[in-house]
Design a protein around this ligand. Structure first.
Ligand SMILES: [Ca+2]
Ligand SMILES: [Ca+2]
Ligand SMILES: [Ca+2]
Length: 131
């Protein structure tokens, strides 16, 4: 009887530690930095803007510098310096052709692509970050 009691306690402790371990990865994902710098022209030139979260419509996102010009349909190169993949969509609300920008990647010319839409120049209208 004594031995069986000890086994039951051990199982209960294992159950608690299992719950704690399951909660940790979710927190890590939520805290992974999101950092996408986008540029008006090829080779990271022209005006720039920074995206650090999901954005369903670029129509109200403007190039830095106060020009008041929207980045919508005008992104020609990017640098993704964050830990999450940034999926840019041709249309608002995460619809249309999708370009997957891997974490810690860059593309100096969105006109010619192999593993993404062949031409994504001046197309992006929304972005969603994923692990
Ligand atoms: Ca927006
Ligand atoms: Ca452009
Ligand atoms: Ca578009």
């Amino acid at each position: 009887m004594k031995h069986r009691f000890g086994t039951a306690v051990g199982a209960a402790v294992l159950g608690i530690s299992g719950l704690l371990a399951a909660g940790s990865p979710a927190n890590a994902e939520a805290q992974a930095p999101r950092s996408l710098s986008v540029y008006e022209h090829d080779d990271y030139k022209g005006r720039s803007a920074h995206l650090s979260g999901n954005d369903a419509n670029f129509i109200n996102n403007y190039w830095s510098g106060g020009s008041g010009a929207s980045i919508n349909d005008n992104i020609s190169s990017f640098r993704n310096s964050g830990d999450q993949r940034a999926v840019m969509y041709a249309n608002a609300n995460y619809t249309g052709a999708a370009y997957s920008a891997l974490a810690h990647s860059s593309d100096s010319d969105l006109t010619h692509n192999s593993n993404n839409p062949s031409n994504f120049d001046n197309v992006a209208s929304s972005v969603r970050f994923v692990i």
